[in-house]
Design a protein around this ligand. Structure first.
Ligand SMILES: [Fe+2]
Length: 284
């Protein structure tokens, strides 16, 4: 039998997954999946059907200060055209039920293509967790059945401030899908930050806190990893990001099932996110 390639020793040699014709997320070897689950981050080959160039072009339009999309109304603290405090990150953020109202049709359609990718990733995490398939919908706050919620955000960085691009944090939701046009993302592994290079033709996928919560008592839990974006300078290539967050409904519940299908714990999404916010404030 031919020998399998060794597990990469470099932290940033992230494993690579792809979406199969059957809409399953697959890795070349079981060791690649192990490493992806251990790190909480990996690359995903861009599916041929994904209209990424169109979405990138839309994101670039938002840099212009008189872009009409900068007038998108704000909904609460999370949606609208937002400049984060103490970070360079500036973004147009909208959750799924506002896409059709405020994004062009092509971009709302692009969001739904990312929904399908997010569902395929969630299905693989839940399959690996051993949680019975009949419970996947409930375990994921509806997300794996096309419900839950999702954000589709277009990000860039205001280089007029010397701040972090984005301060160290973990993502709160299930899965984050990222397309970035330039370097800057770093992940923390064993107390040190390592670059995550842009790999042409690939998205970056990472796991979030809600995914850790729902798999905590399963046969294979996954963790959320700490990451940040380094300060962007005016002379750097402009860093655009397209960021999709697969989330539970923000007013719903999360259940912690074990592989026998028994409930071992629960939390409202609001309580879990409030706890994370408190920890983040203490960390920062
Ligand atoms: Fe993040």
């Amino acid at each position: 039998m031919p020998q399998r390639p060794a597990v990469p020793s470099q932290t940033t040699d992230l494993p690579i997954a792809a979406i199969s014709e059957g809409q399953r997320m697959v890795f070349a070897t079981p060791e690649d999946l192990d490493r992806a689950w251990q790190l909480g981050i990996f690359y995903l080959r861009v599916p041929a059907s994904l209209d990424l160039e169109c979405a990138r072009a839309f994101g670039r339009e938002l840099i212009v200060s008189d872009s009409p999309y900068r007038q998108t109304p704000q909904y609460g603290e999370l949606e609208g055209f937002i400049a984060l405090e103490n970070n360079q990150q500036t973004k147009l953020a909208l959750c799924r039920h506002h896409w059709d109202r405020h994004y062009p049709d092509t971009i709302a359609g692009f969001g739904r293509q990312l929904d399908a990718i997010g569902i395929a990733i969630m299905a693989e995490v839940l399959r690996q967790s051993g949680i019975p398939e009949t419970l996947w919908g409930r375990a994921s706050g509806g997300y794996s059945e096309g419900g839950g919620t999702a954000f589709l955000n277009f990000v860039h960085y205001d280089t007029r401030t010397p701040d972090w691009g984005l301060r160290p944090h973990t993502d709160y939701g299930f899965v984050t899908i990222l397309d970035a046009s330039a370097p800057g993302l770093q992940i923390e592994v064993e107390g040190e930050f390592h670059d995550v290079p842009v790999l042409p033709g690939h998205l970056v996928i990472n796991f979030g806190e809600a995914l850790h919560f729902i798999t905590a008592y399963s046969q294979r839990s996954v963790g959320a990893m700490v990451h940040r974006v380094v300060s962007q300078k005016a002379e750097d290539p402009v860093r655009h990001g397209i960021v999709y967050f697969a989330n539970p409904d923000l007013d719903g519940m999360l259940w912690q099932f074990d592989a026998a299908g028994q409930i071992r714990g629960s939390s409202s999404v609001a309580d879990l996110f409030a706890l994370l916010e408190k920890n983040l404030t203490e960390y920062a």
